[in-house]
Design a protein around this ligand. Structure first.
Ligand code: URA
Length: 283
């Protein structure tokens, strides 16, 4: 029996993601699953070269199912999708993420770091993953990079108390602050997508190259994309304006690039005004 490519590709990608997961977990037999194809099926499209374009691209990351399957299926990514779909508010979603045990990063982490900031904020910032300070406090961007982020936002009248909601691609600290793996990102992605659905922000900011590439599916490099008004697409939602910014942790290492960050902040302030997003007095 032959299957149309359009029906098979998402299933094959999900299968491969599962195989990656089990291979990461040490089950060598899972490697064979990575190349398996149903008899008669055309070769699938090559996997996206980016680590995380699956988050932004709908074929790789179908929308979370609306109805819960009757039985658990032992696939942590599907479980994440099913659980995320059950949340009807950001508070519910946070509780669900805290209970989710599918991501191996959780074992080494002290806390689950989901979000911070005003739930009714018009602006949503997506960073990469919690670091040591965030892991200790259970909140995103509270270490030195977070303090710089707060100062940057304050310089254009924005704050997490008033008009900014902050989250990350990943909800548990990767050991030693290593880069998150594609499978870890796929496990957390349903929770991020559901946050965006529930919040429907007027403006998205992606902090750093990881979040930018994951959210926008673009691999052009943060230096090329920063400060530009781009568009985030998610199935079922109207396009959301999105501006990538330099990650504050990068700016701590390269203070000479703060002038670029200031240009980007001015672009954000201008877009806020165009979109009718209220800003407080700039500090
Ligand atoms: N860097 C991030 O990307 N997110 C955090 O929460 C902290 C540091």
């Amino acid at each position: 029996m032959t299957h149309p490519q359009s029906e098979l590709a998402p299933n094959l990608l999900a299968l491969r993601a599962l195989a990656d997961f089990w291979t990461d977990m040490g089950l060598e037999e899972a490697r064979a699953l990575r190349t398996w194809r149903p008899p008669g099926a055309a070769a699938p499209r090559p996997a996206a070269p980016t680590r995380a374009s699956a988050i932004a691209r709908t074929p790789d990351m179908p929308a979370a199912p609306r109805s819960a399957p009757r039985k658990l299926n032992n696939n942590p990514i599907n479980d994440a999708r099913r659980l995320a779909a059950q949340a009807n508010s950001l508070a519910e979603l946070r509780a669900i993420v805290e209970q989710y045990d599918g991501c191996p990063l959780k074992k080494a982490a002290k806390t689950t770091v989901v979000c911070d900031g005003a739930h009714n904020a018009d602006i949503m910032i997506v960073g990469e993953a919690p670091g040591a300070e965030e892991d200790a406090h259970g909140l995103p961007f509270v270490g030195r990079a977070g303090q710089l982020l707060d100062r940057m936002l304050a310089s254009i009248g924005l704050s997490r108390q008033e008009n900014v909601y902050i989250t990350n691609l990943i909800y548990w600290r990767p050991p030693g602050n290593r880069d998150p793996s594609p499978v870890e990102m796929q496990m957390c992605a349903p929770f991020l997508l559901r946050q965006i659905e529930l919040k429907q922000p007027k403006l998205l900011l992606t902090a750093g190259k990881f979040a930018t590439s994951a959210m926008l599916g673009k691999d052009d490099g943060i230096m090329k994309l920063r400060g530009r008004k781009l568009s985030y697409q998610q199935e079922g939602l109207a396009a959301i304006p999105c501006i990538p910014v330099l990650h504050p942790a990068y700016l701590l290492r390269r203070p000479e690039d703060k002038a670029k960050a200031w240009d980007d902040l001015r672009a954000i302030a201008k877009l806020c005004d165009e979109l009718g997003i209220k800003r407080g007095p700039a500090l």
